[in-house]
Design a binder for this molecule. Structure first.
Ligand code: PMP
Length: 288
């Protein structure tokens, strides 16, 4: 049994209840974050809380907690669930919806109290920095059919959920999405990096992708080692002729992709540049 947090109260997750009139339920009207922790230490806390604030600002929802209060909540949830989860890697999910109103109307209501929900869960162990032992990903590709505000970490995830399922139906663990210009945007739940002829590239930040915190930490940790990442459009042609492809997210950190649509990436194994990147990431991830 794990302990969750709902509207200022800790309680067993199974007992957490909200009204079906919550706008998070009716409209997906809310923002969420997933903050990774390892042995109780958070990775990228400040950046996650900045992104939460940006998302809430976009939706004109008042942030119900200060950064210090969120940090405290994350750490309390990890502590309260350490025994139950029995895992060195714990993710903390936090969600703020606009709140509950006893009528269903699209317009933002005045004077509504946001609903705050958070819980902790065990995540897969981070990738091991070993080319032969790391868990690799086989992915599909497909046209990005989501909305024009993918930079907002909204709880309205249906587009992402449907794309993830599309990949799964193709027998793959993720799907890399391409816009109408056949440029890579991101994957259904991760950002994408490619390496070609020694150049590391990732699509630039705009409305088409989530500004991933892992993406940011990867760029910064490589920069700290004197290695540049180019934030440039990545065409399908570059993707399919890349030497390496990586997925980045809070739970996957940097994970190598070894095939796209059954075509091997490079030599079909985790690459040397990936090893350099995960080594830099591990060196800097708690201090950036
Ligand atoms: N893109 C999407 C669509 C995501 O849902 C996520 C988070 N799972 C990411 C990218 C990666 O973001 P982060 O590194 O902040 O986990």
């Amino acid at each position: 049994m794990t302990i969750a947090f709902l509207n200022d109260q800790f309680l067993p997750l199974e007992e957490a209840r909200i009204s079906p009139m919550d706008r998070g339920f009716l409209f997906g009207d809310g923002i969420y974050e997933v903050i990774p922790t390892l042995h109780g230490k958070a990775v990228g806390m400040n950046a996650h809380l900045d992104r939460l604030q940006n998302g809430l600002d976009e939706l004109a929802i008042t942030n119900p907690k200060t950064k210090a209060q969120w940090t405290e909540l994350v750490s309390e949830l990890v502590t309260k669930n350490t025994q139950a989860l029995n895992s060195a890697s714990v993710g903390v999910y936090i969600q703020v919806s606009r709140g509950t109103e006893m009528k269903r109307a699209h317009g933002y209501p005045d004077n509504i109290t946001p609903t705050v929900f958070a819980f902790a869960f065990a995540t897969a162990a981070p990738p091991v920095p070993d080319k032969a032992a790391v868990v690799t990903f086989d992915v599909a590709s497909g046209e990005d059919k989501r909305w024009q505000r993918c930079n907002i970490k909204s709880t309205s995830l249906l587009g992402n959920v449907m794309h993830y399922q599309q990949g799964r139906q193709a027998g793959k663990q993720e799907i890399i999405l391409l816009n109408s210009r056949r440029e890579v945007t991101e994957a259904s739940s991760c950002n994408v990096f490619v390496v070609k002829e020694g150049i590391i590239m990732t699509p630039p930040l705009d409305h088409q992708i989530l500004p991933g915190i892992t993406r940011k930490l990867v760029i910064e940790s490589l920069a700290a080692e004197g290695v540049e990442v180019q934030e440039v459009p990545v065409t399908a042609e570059v993707l399919f002729s890349a030497d390496e492809v990586w997925l980045t997210s809070s739970s996957k950190e940097i994970s190598p992709v070894t095939s796209v649509d059954d075509k091997p990436v490079g030599n079909g194994q985790a690459g040397d540049v990936w090893l350099k990147a995960i080594t830099a990431f591990n060196k800097h991830k708690f201090t950036l």
